[in-house]
Design a protein around this ligand. Structure first.
Ligand code: ADP
Ligand code: MG
Length: 633
């Protein structure tokens, strides 16, 4: 047995290093802490400059109250703060910071310079270089504070090796600045990354204006959140305000949901369920709305001291707060009048003029049609009666002889094919599609015998009878064609450029990944009126373009090779289009169409399963039939 090891008290420096690990995990967190300090100092203008995702430089300059000369050394000590005096203050936190840890922690893992000039004083500065504190020295500076962080983690190789790529970090920094700018419209923010201005929003009085500055034209599709009048008398002093998107504007991820509690941006995850429930059945599976949701709550009902970075908070009456949110969202969606004729979208922000050349097709949003139904709290009515009589297929023999139809229709010209290909998402004209390449599986030549119930194709396949689900097979074939036909992914110039509504975060991602976009066939141009797509993969219809770009930009902010993401997106688009353009059950097929499907079936790698993983065919071997009918032995 080994001896017990002795316990010793760690020295301050080691404690500092341990604590720094929690507070500063990545550059974006440094930006968050510094911006919060500037807001707490009452600044009305904050400039954020970063280089190489913040790894080389982060500099935040504000016009706030500043730090007194004699407090400068103290600001670098752990648990030294101007925002808290006693334990009792902890229950009524009105500032973003209070732990007094940020500057001390940042100074442990970088070269940190704090320069500050309170009103009526001289400017002074102090440096902390990876834990070593310097002297206070005079410096030149306007009123306010400037904090500079250089070479973050350069002395912590272990931490550095876990960091994301600079482009990823930049987009995280944009997220941080955007969420703070949404919570503080009275503060002007300017974010400059590698000398490019990413965000520049002036201080404004109205949240509406800030929303527009940050979200761009997408803001005009947001509706203002209202609580039902009955909530006025509901117990509790909390209240929700903000903006939510109409259900036809959605994202593949929830990261455009901003939740602010008393002006503090917090993680949206705990609220997502309630938000979705508020939207009822109007959101498509797996889609998320865009939202800015502001909760005002008495400070003693929220505990912000549960996590070092304060992204997580604890609410005293969380279920009540969440139910209020859900009620507000469903009330807002149900009581907002639709204005399909005038604008094609529903808007609570009427003052936002939309540029002429970007006005969209006038269209009643899909969800508006179901709004009526959900008012009664019931499920949407099923339009198709469930027990429709199954169709009876006609005999192919008589069909072909009566119409004199050729067994295989003549090939279409390339021009005709092109026409069909871009005809939208209606049923694909099976016979006019591009040929699929060589035979690659071991299926024999097959002969369609008949169609059963206009849903299944009866097929003679060598020594087997196949019952093929026509939709499943067509879907599989379409998927293969769409996914791997390079020409469909080549850029195709659009007759009229498709305008893109992008917010600042999306613009930042787009700007940093423009070459990735080009590599998959998108040409996106910036004009005075904003961004628009001038060329895009031929496969994508005009109406699919914007949602595709939105999802792609969301993916690109994540880690991992962007190419992987793009391949996944291609899969997804091919998958969606495969299903939409396929023949359905109950579609009558001609013999020629069936022949073509069976021929294509031999040219795809996995003919036995549709893209959803369901079987395409049932195989009945001849000897199984013989056995059944007692023909053996
Ligand atoms: P906390 O914000 O939790 O108090 P920090 O380590 O972030 O702890 O900051 C320590 C102190 O330094 C703050 O309490 C504040 O008094 C001062 N300080 C930091 N940044 C600024 C700033 N930009 N303007 C004015 N004072 C600042
Ligand atoms: Mg702070």
């Amino acid at each position: 047995m080994s001896e017990p090891k002795r316990i010793v008290q760690l020295d301050e420096r080691t404690i500092g290093h341990i604590a720094a690990g929690e507070v500063v995990e990545r550059p974006a967190q440094v930006v968050k802490e510094l911006v919060e300090n500037s807001i707490d100092a009452g600044s009305t203008s904050i400039l954020i400059e970063v280089e190489r995702g913040g790894f080389d430089l982060i500099r935040i300059t504000d016009n706030g109250s500043g730090i007194l000369e004699e407090d400068l050394p103290l600001s670098l000590d752990r648990h030294a703060t101007s925002k808290l005096r006693t334990e009792t203050d902890l229950s009524e936190i009105g500032t973003l910071g209070f732990r007094g840890e940020a500057l001390a922690s940042i100074g442990m893992v970088s070269k940190l310079t704090i320069s500050s000039r309170p009103a009526g004083s001289e400017a002074r500065s102090i440096v902390m270089n990876n834990g070593d504190k310097g002297e206070v020295v005079p410096v030149g500076l306007a009123e306010g504070t400037s904090i500079e962080v250089v070479k973050l983690f350069s002395k912590q190789p272990a931490r550095l090796s876990f960091q994301r790529r600079p482009a990823t970090e930049t987009s995280k920094i944009v997220d941080v600045v955007v969420s703070h700018s949404l919570s503080h419209p009275d503060v002007g923010f300017k974010l400059v990354s590698d000398e490019k201005i990413i965000l520049d929003v002036p201080s404004v009085d109205e949240m509406d204006d800030r929303l527009y500055d940050v979200l761009g034209r997408q803001a005009s599709k947001m509706i203002q959140l209202f609580s039902p009048p009955s909530d006025d008398s509901a117990p509790g002093e909390e209240s929700w305000a903000g903006w939510i998107s109409t259900p036809d504007i959605t994202r593949g991820k929830g990261d455009e949901i901003h939740v602010l509690i008393n002006g503090r941006p917090v993680a949206a995850q705990p609220f997502i369920q309630s938000i979705r429930r508020g939207y009822k059945t109007r959101l498509m599976q797996g889609r998320h709305p865009v939202a800015v949701l502001c909760l005002t709550i008495p400070p003693n009902e929220v505990d912000v001291n549960v996590h070092p970075t304060k992204r997580e908070v604890r609410l005293k009456n969380s279920w009540r707060v969440l139910e209020r949110l859900e009620r507000s969202i469903s009330y807002t969606l149900e009581s907002t009048p639709t204005e399909p004729e005038s604008s094609g979208s529903i808007t609570g922000i009427t003052s936002l003029a939309r540029e002429e050349n970007h006005s969209r097709e006038i269209q009643k949003p899909a969800w508006a049609q179901t709004a009526q139904i959900s008012l009664t709290g019931e499920k949407p009515i099923e339009l198709k009666p469930k027990h429709k009589p199954r169709p009876v297929s006609e005999s192919l023999k008589s069909q072909t002889t009566i119409t004199g139809e050729e067994p295989i229709s003549p090939a279409l010209s390339r021009g005709e094919r092109e026409l069909h290909r871009h005809a939208g998402l209606n049923k694909e004209d099976i016979e006019s599609t591009e040929p699929l390449g060589p035979i690659i599986n071991d299926l024999p030549a097959m002969e369609p015998l008949a169609q059963f119930a206009d849903t299944y194709i009866l097929v003679q396949s060598g020594e087997e009878l196949l019952l093929i689900d026509q939709h499943a097979l067509h879907e599989r074939i379409r998927y293969e064609r769409l996914r791997y036909n390079e020409s469909l992914w080549e850029p195709q110039e659009r007759i009229s450029p498709v305008p893109l509504d992008l917010d600042v975060r999306q613009i930042a991602r787009l700007e940093s990944r423009i070459s990735d976009m080009t590599s998959i066939g998108f040409v996106i141009e910036k004009t005075a009126g904003g961004y628009s797509i001038t060329s895009a993969p031929a496969l994508l219809s005009a109406s699919q373009l914007e949602p595709f770009i939105h999802d792609l930009l969301q993916d690109l902010s994540e880690d991992g090779a962007p190419i992987e993401t793009i391949e996944q997106r291609k899969d997804h688009i091919a998958f969606l289009n495969a299903c939409r353009g396929s023949v359905k059950a109950n579609d009558k097929l001609s013999l020629a169409e069936m022949r073509r499907l069976l021929d294509d079936m031999r040219r795809i790698p996995n003919p036995w399963a549709c893209v959803h993983g369901r079987p395409t065919a049932m195989r009945i071997p001849l000897n199984a039939l013989d056995h059944h009918f007692g023909r053996h032995g």
